[in-house]
Write a protein that binds this ligand. Structure first.
Ligand SMILES: Cc1ncc(COP(=O)(O)O)c(C=O)c1O
Length: 389
């Protein structure tokens, strides 16, 4: 049987809560399960204000609206990211300025950010790749110095921390994804975290199509109407009820994912020791939420061969982002700077299967297959290592 790259995990309560939501008589947005999710996220992570959205893309669009992005504004984002980090700003007419990745990590190289800042720069959007934190102290220091907004694209970063602070809670805003590939899921889904109180009220209005309906439901106003721009960013109760079941089980999910991640790391570290591939590097300031386990191969050709080799053994592995600065949409808009490391990760990064139900047997098979691909003779110690995790 094929080992997929990802398999959505159901904790068991999703159907039950969905049933409750369906028969509660209110299945549109901002109902009981939305409130339960908001409270649970706020309690667990100390987030100031959270709003569930239908995707991380939507959460980023809300942030772009909240900081009034306009034509002529510049926004710095890494090139090695998903299109959703860029689109919300492009849609509002901003110029996106791409930053390169670090030599030893796909995250943006914060030591080179200052040279990208101009009088038109309005925001920096770091992404915490694989749930590993960017150097937020450096980013926030630049934001203070140049009066910029920071929107953390924390799509992959639920339950991960920078120097003990939850990711998504450090910039002015944090945007999370609960797409089915993430650690906790609701099919499609997301969340905006508003850390700066100046934006709290307006965030709620933009979330509800530019109306003050949220305040109306709380009984703060006696009628609601059109008070600002906005869109329909809030998810239905069906999504929120599903997400709530996942959120209740986040510790169990995380424990299992971390165990798989650690097993990969221990068993595959021989690749790094022998110079065959790089393994993920976790800076001391970051925790690891075990969102992705990846290898960085020595060349594009080698990665393609490894993907095909594993596919022949029914193991599905996938590469990740293609540098946005050289994408068909952006290439003629880019300023021509070479972004060496963004291109390197586009060409050489390979993600291995990582999901709750990945069995030890499959894990061992994947590791053995990779070791076999590189022709290393280490079979003898694989078994005890897997079993000792
Ligand atoms: C870094 C990053 N930002 C944003 C998104 C968009 O998330 P969503 O699919 O929830 O809109 C993704 C998607 O995986 C992502 O990887």
């Amino acid at each position: 049987m094929q080992i997929p790259f990802n398999k959505p995990y159901l904790t068991g309560k999703e159907g039950h809560y969905l049933y409750q939501a369906v028969f509660s008589g209110k299945i549109s947005g901002n109902g009981l399960f939305t409130q339960k999710c908001h409270e649970a996220f706020q309690k667990r992570y100390g987030f100031r204000k959270v709003l569930l959205t239908t995707s991380c893309t939507d959460a980023l669009e809300m942030a772009a609206l909240l900081i009034d992005i306009k034509p002529g504004d510049e926004v710095i984002i890494p090139s090695f990211t998903f299109v959703s980090t860029a689109n919300p700003f492009i849609l509002r007419g901003a110029k996106v300025v791409f930053a390169d990745s670090l030599p030893d990590h796909p995250n943006m190289d914060t030591s080179k950010l200052e040279e990208l800042i101009t009088p038109r720069t309005k925001a920096i959007v770091p992404i915490h790749y694989a749930g590993i934190a960017c150097d937020m102290d450096e980013i926030m220091a630049l934001a203070r110095k140049y009066n910029l907004y920071v929107i953390e694209d924390a799509a992959q970063a639920i339950d991960s921390y920078y120097k003990g602070k939850p990711l998504g809670s450090i910039g002015h805003f944090g945007a999370f994804s609960f797409h089915e590939t993430k650690n906790i899921i609701s099919g499609e889904g997301g969340m905006l975290v508003v850390n700066d109180e100046r934006f709290e009220k307006r965030a709620e209005i933009i979330w509800e199509k530019g109306t003050n309906r949220a305040a109306f439901w709380r009984g703060e106003v006696n009628k609601y109407g059109w008070v600002d721009v906005g869109s329909s960013f809030l998810p239905s109760e069906l999504i929120a009820s599903f997400l709530y079941a996942q959120l209740e089980n986040i510790d169990v999910i995380q424990q299992k994912r971390k165990r798989i991640w650690k097993t990969y790391y221990n068993l595959l570290s021989v690749l790094q020791d022998e110079g065959f591939a790089q393994l993920p590097c976790i800076p001391s300031f970051s925790s690891n939420n075990a969102h992705i386990f990846y290898l960085v191969t020595n060349s594009l050709e080698e990665r393609t061969e490894l993907i095909n080799f594993l596919k022949e053994r029914d193991v599905l592995t996938v590469f990740h982002y293609l540098s946005l600065h050289s994408s068909p949409y952006f290439t003629d808009k880019h300023d021509g700077r070479e972004l060496e490391y963004a291109d390197l990760y586009s060409d050489r990064l390979l993600r291995l299967p990582l999901y709750y139900e990945l069995s030890d047997e499959d894990l061992k098979f994947i590791v053995n297959s990779i070791i076999e691909f590189y022709g290393i003779k280490v079979d003898a110690f694989l078994e005890p290592l897997v079993n000792s995790q």
